[in-house]
Design a binder for this molecule. Sequence first.
Ligand code: NAD
Ligand code: DAU
Length: 360
Amino acid sequence: MRTYLVTGGAGFIGSNYIHYMFRKYGDSIRIINVDCLTYAGNLENLKDVADRENYEFYKVNICDSEAIGRIFAENDIDRVVHFAAESHVDRSIKHPEVFVQTNVLGTLVMLNAAKAAWELPDGSFREDKKFLHVSTDEVYGSLEEDGTFFYETTPIDPHSPYSASKASSDMLVKAYIDTYHFPANITNCSNNYGPYQFPEKLIPLIINNALQGKKLPVYGDGKNVRDWLYVDDHAKAIDMVQEQGRLGERYNIGGHNEKQNIEIIHIILDTLQEMLPDGDPRKELVSENLITYVEDRKGHDRRYAIAPDKIKAEIGWYPETMFKDGIRLTIQWFFEHEDWMKHVTSGDYQKYYEEMYQNR
Ligand code: NAD
Ligand code: DAU
């Protein structure tokens, strides 16, 4: 039975990936999830799998090299899927330190632990072991609105403390590949959306605010472009790269789905109106009048767009979920999980919201 060590599995993409893997492989794999449960980590995301015999959870910080080393010593890990990170650009602008700590130093701890467990005395690595580093398209910087794309060969040019920390972690993985022939892949993915996404990110924040008749904050002119991918498609891509990716290679993952932020907001409002039944009091609240232009994000990247040509040509992956379908699935999930939203927006979320939006 193959053993996966997933870091950050209690977050948005990590928990979707764990669900995807159990749906696909059932009892034929074992997953160990290591997560220190920051504000973004939520075990409620994994309550459906918590009792499985082939699933274990460790509340461990990836910067804790002793604890991570122990997990490798006590388990024969075959695959590492490294999601754990501080992931929100706005938070990185206010508090960059923790981004360097977790994203850079934490990745180094993970690399060292995997290397120590997998390296043979002659410097080669045990067969069929692989480390997959989950990264972002933001490491490539920002594109003009000119139809160009990010390729794997696009120079790294991060702008925010978040993307700089992710670029640094990518470089460390690359250094381990180049120096030690460490068995790894790097994936750089575009913006994800779907179930379990924390409502500090655009799509769940807009859904949540619209349903409560709260303002919908649009940064700047609302014309910044992101390339949106349904999270299950990302989970599938990660699995395919783990199994078929050439060692040492970087793969871009994207949705072929570029949209301006203001377009996304209009689609969400229209879809909410379509999906809410007549007579539901929330239908009255959902309105374009809620759209509020606010001060722009500092250093706001204008446009991201991925060319997922390499992963399609080499591995056969392509984005399967059309945005019109993915956004309905996402909204339906939020309708069915009102308690989840209530839990994650109680307590500290209020403080966060005031800090980020009050004086904007
Ligand atoms: P998230 O913020 O929802 O989840 C991050 C998880 O990591 C949380 O469960 C958190 O508790 C955990 N974590 C944070 N610091 C940790 C530490 N020091 N030790 C152990 N666990 C820790 O993030 P996400 O959106 O699911 O993103 C996951 C990964 O995918 C990140 O590496 C991110 O850079 C990358 N990524 C995200 C997107 C996106 O659109 N969300 C797109 C491309 C790449
Ligand atoms: O591109 C991949 C990246 O996508 C990931 O690496 C990051 O982890 C993830 O957070 C995401 O980064 P973005 O900054 O693109 O996502 P966010 O949801 O924060 O913002 C999306 C766009 O919407 C961006 O142009 C800023 C804008 N925005 C965001 C918020 C939260 C608003 O206009 N208003 C808002 O309130």
